[in-house]
Design a protein around this ligand. Structure first.
Ligand code: PXP
Length: 248
């Protein structure tokens, strides 16, 4: 069975929106792991829009307690790299990051040599300074890019599924995506590198990927937190009505 990584960034988005200490990011990690998540994923962004520095260690303590991996997503920013080295996550997923973007907009551009060298240096530093760490690179399912990936000391690629997920949501054809994901899976797995996926996936757009047994791991965040609002809204409203009723 494929693994599910639960990305809990948007629990922190809600917390940061009001500057409160709830909802608790560690409680989100605990509940996800109790529900069967295979790992917890968080993205420490340069602008700290959701996950904050102390969250990284706090979530790691929870994943450790459950014997499950913490997957830390990061851009190749020197300050963030140091935090990763200090916290020693089990997995590091290197992503491209632009401050002005609403969310990660695509895979790493490894065909640009300057970028490639930065990613290479970060991979070398992580492997040297974090014993046993595993690294994945967030990339498009593009052969030239994947050929650059296999030159590096990495354990997996995470394929950007955002465009596929958009096509699915808009009822556009998805066959070309599925074919590309399949042919690149063969290439990557022939190099003994893991084949993961993430971004923009929902319970529905996950189905064709799972049916075709394309990826060993899926990292999903935004849809889970959105869905959780509606699975919990009724009970939250009832809680407050109970308070009012018992005091009428
Ligand atoms: N994987 C990577 C590399 C990401 O950057 C993100 C978003 O932070 C995700 C997975 C999860 O994407 P979503 O929140 O759209 O499910």
């Amino acid at each position: 069975m494929s693994r599910l990584g639960v990305n809990i960034d948007h629990v922190a988005t809600l917390r940061q929106a009001r500057g409160e200490h709830y909802p608790s990011i560690t409680e989100a990690a605990r509940i996800s792991l109790e529900a069967g998540a295979d790992q917890i994923t968080i993205h420490l962004r340069e602008d700290r829009r959701h996950i904050q520095d102390p969250d990284v260690n706090a979530v790691k303590l929870v994943t450790q307690r459950y014997g499950k991996p913490l997957n830390l997503e990061l851009g190749v920013d020197p300050g963030i790299i140091e935090i990763a080295v200090d916290t020693r996550p089990d997995w590091i997923c290197i992503v491209p990051e632009k401050r002005e973007e609403r969310t990660t907009e695509g895979g790493l551009n490894l065909l640009d040599d300057e970028n490639y060298q930065k990613v290479k240096a970060a991979c070398e530093k992580f492997k040297k300074e974090i014993p046993g760490v595993k690294i994945s690179l967030f990339v498009e399912a593009d052969r030239k890019t994947l050929e650059k990936c296999v030159e590096l000391n990495i354990d997996a690629v995470e394929i950007h599924t955002g465009d596929y997920a958009q096509a699915f949501l808009q009822d556009n054809p998805i066959e070309d995506f599925i074919e590309r994901f399949r042919s690149e899976k063969e290439f990557i797995e022939s190099k003994n590198i893991g084949y993961h996926a993430g971004h923009g996936l929902t319970d529905e757009s996950l189905v064709p990927l799972a049916e075709n047994k394309l990826f060993a791991e899926y990292n999903i965040g935004h849809w889970i937190i959105c869905d959780a609002v509606f699975s919990g809204l009724e009970s939250s409203v009832k809680k407050l009505i109970e308070v009012l009723e018992s005091n009428k």
